[in-house]
Design a protein around this ligand. Structure first.
Ligand code: UT7
Length: 312
């Protein structure tokens, strides 16, 4: 029992915040941001624009892309760490916005920047067990709600956006979500977490060290677990946290940079939306072709980390 990808969609808020815009409001420079992170711009949601708004647009576009309506789906899983409301879930709110009438279930997963891998992991389990036949995964974040404007080391790193993928049950186990692995170490809470008043607390260098260790390890592990040699992987889409982390991971894995998809320059770190947005970007720009094999490593607050192998 496997799956196949049948639709995708994404949404990026209209407002673009450049490094030069940051130079005007805090003690930073385009040079520092580009050199340390590879980021050049990011999208910022309007004050009145919510995670649910962005998730709904991405979901609508994915349904259009698949030629389906929401009532053709039988489960929605949303990866988000920045919902406006504690309840109901963003997933159920999206069902309401889309006018779903078929009583399909929806829920959110909170895996921080690894959230979309946790969502893919759940979807794979439901397909394998034969419980659901068409699953929509949404990654949606309004990271700007958590920006601490007095902390220049984190304020410049994040962006907003949403992406959605629709998978359908398939008898092939070589398409769609082929394999997933997710991990967590709650003892590492201190180096990266949110606060009750909605701020990000991060010890950058410590987080960096864990990221360059865990993402390549998860990538290596999943290739071995799935029995897929590195040369069969067409693209790696790493979580877009920092260009230097991505380059270091590619080096550790011995992967050429031409096989690594990079959107961190345009989107910055969109946390649980990062990998889904990146894949949508790659399809929209004819970078990744249908049928190719994607390796998706991710890492984030928790700590959480993991990887997925997807044939798109
Ligand atoms: O998505 C979840 C996972 N997140 C990550 O994986 C992020 C991991 N960490 C990182 O990407 C990097 O640690 C950062 C990009 C956050 C920081 O880069 P760094 O090379 O580790 O810099 P640092 O924190 O060691 O700071 C170096 C210097 C400091 O100045 P001094 O003390 O050397 O004088 C900072 O005050 O850079 C300074 N600095 C800045 N300067 C200009 C920090 N932020 C800025 C800034 N503009 N925005």
């Amino acid at each position: 029992m496997g799956s196949r990808l049948i639709g995708y969609g994404s949404y990026l808020p209209e407002r673009i915040m450049t490094n030069q815009d940051f130079e005007r409001i805090m003690d930073t420079s385009d040079e520092w941001i580009v050199q340390r992170t590879g980021m050049r711009e990011r999208h910022f949601a309007r004050d009145d624009e919510t995670v649910t708004d962005m998730a709904t647009v991405a979901a609508t576009r994915a349904l259009e892309n698949a030629g389906l309506t929401i009532d053709d789906i039988d489960l929605v899983i949303v990866a988000t760490t920045t919902p406006e409301l504690d309840f109901p879930s963003v997933g159920v709110q999206v069902l309401g916005r889309l006018g779903a009438s078929s009583n399909l279930p929806a829920f959110d997963v909170r895996g921080a920047c690894t959230g979309y891998i946790y969502a893919l992991h759940c979807a794979r389990a439901f397909f394998t067990a034969g419980i659901h036949r068409r699953i929509m995964i949404i990654g949606a974040e309004k990271m700007t709600r958590f920006i601490d404007w007095s902390d220049r080391s984190t304020a410049v790193l994040f962006g907003d956006g949403a992406g959605a993928l629709i998978f359908e049950h398939s008898t092939s186990s070589y398409s769609g979500i082929i394999d997933t692995v997710v991990m967590a170490d709650g003892r590492e809470f201190d180096i990266l977490h949110g606060t009750p008043d909605h701020h990000i607390v991060m010890t950058g260098p410590e987080t960096y060290r864990r990221a360059v260790q865990h993402m390549p390890a998860a990538a290596q592990y999943i290739m071995e677990h799935a029995g897929i040699p590195a040369e069969n992987v067409d693209w790696i889409i790493p979580h877009q946290a920092n260009l230097r982390i991505i380059q270091s991971g590619a080096e550790r894995l011995g992967f050429p940079l031409e096989k690594i998809l990079i959107t961190v320059d345009k989107h910055a770190n969109t946390s649980g939306a990062s990998g889904v947005l990146a894949l949508a970007y790659a399809f929209d720009n004819d970078i990744i072709k249908r049928g190719q094999l994607i390796l998706y490593p991710a890492f984030g607050s928790g700590l959480t980390w993991g990887a997925a192998l997807i044939r798109v």
